[in-house]
Design a protein around this ligand. Structure first.
Ligand SMILES: CC(C)(COP(=O)(O)OP(=O)(O)OC[C@H]1O[C@@H](n2cnc3c(N)ncnc32)[C@H](O)[C@@H]1OP(=O)(O)O)[C@@H](O)C(=O)NCCC(=O)NCCS
Length: 250
């Protein structure tokens, strides 16, 4: 490489790096513009007092609402710090009096247009590095428990209740609400429905459009379809897209 080529090469590299940096800061700037600071401050103060106001663990964008009937309806098990829960545009989170939405990690995100409904008897427990993409519905009347590194695709429906009782001849209810329990590193593909009583193990992918009811407990597996079937074993996966946190490699 002669001197001229060398200078050209360095110049191109420098331009590339500065463009990438400009894009990164522009993106950050737009993200900041979307934050509803007044509402975020109100929520943090209401649920966590002055410490919450100072540390702002919940960051909420315009067009989203969190309605918790009781102050302890929203809680973090880890010490409070900035941006532990990011609520993007168009999310609606409702926690009835007595219900609980609890985060055991310090990174969680409801991206866009998701809806969460926790009834007065419900407890929704979310682990570290939770990411719900767009247009998903979470209905919790009893218990939803997600481990760490759970990724929810688009248009997913998760409900631990059928909402309407079914009776046998003895007038007993035959479809009680049942816990939904997910392990660590679970990726739920788009348009999946997860029904009451479902248990999912660790490092598992549920294929797009699956209907899940029952126990999918073989770790490092892919399950797909309706009814859901085991299709692959000895797999692992990782989050590569969300810039919200660095994917945890294992
Ligand atoms: C689950 C998934 C990741 C598996 O991908 P893969 O490892 O490349 O799987 P393959 O395409 O080799 O399919 C393996 C088998 O499962 C079947 N299968 C795969 N996905 C399926 C699905 N969603 N429903 C039903 N069957 C499915 C295939 O037909 C194939 O069956 P066969 O062995 O009888 O031919 C992929 O199929 C999928 O569903 N992707 C969607 C992910 C998503 O929703 N992302 C949104 C962003 S979060």
């Amino acid at each position: 490489m002669d001197d001229r080529q060398f200078v050209n090469h360095r110049w191109r590299k420098l331009t590339y790096i500065s463009n990438a940096m400009i894009n990164k800061y522009l993106h950050l700037f737009y993200e900041i513009l979307k934050i509803n600071f007044a509402y975020s401050a109100y929520l943090n103060f209401r649920h966590f007092g002055f410490v919450g106001l100072l540390k702002m663990p919940v960051i909420i964008q315009y067009g989203s609402t969190i309605s918790c009937k009781s102050k302890n309806g929203l809680s973090f098990l880890k010490p409070l710090k900035l941006n532990m829960l990011k609520i993007g545009y168009g999310n609606k989170i409702e926690v009835d009096k007595g219900g609980k939405l609890q985060f055991s990690g310090d990174k969680a995100c409801f991206n866009k247009n998701n809806s969460v409904s926790v009834c007065n008897s419900g407890i929704f427990e979310i682990g570290q590095n939770f990411w719900a993409n767009t247009n998903s519905d979470f209905h919790c009347k009893k218990r939803l428990k997600f481990g760490d590194d759970v990724l929810i695709g688009m248009h997913v429906l998760i409900m631990d209740t059928d909402y309407h009782p079914i009776f046998n001849k003895q007038k007993e209810i035959i479809n009680p609400d049942r816990d939904i329990l997910m392990g660590n590193k679970v990726w739920i593909g788009s348009n999946t429905t997860i029904l009451k009583g479902t248990q999912i193990g660790n490092d598992i992918i549920i294929g797009a459009g699956s209907i899940v009811s029952g126990k999918l407990l073989e770790d490092n597996s892919i399950y797909c379809g309706n009814p859901v079937k085991h299709v692959k074993n000895d797999i692992t996966w990782c989050i590569t897209h969300p810039d919200f946190w660095e994917a945890r490699k294992s």
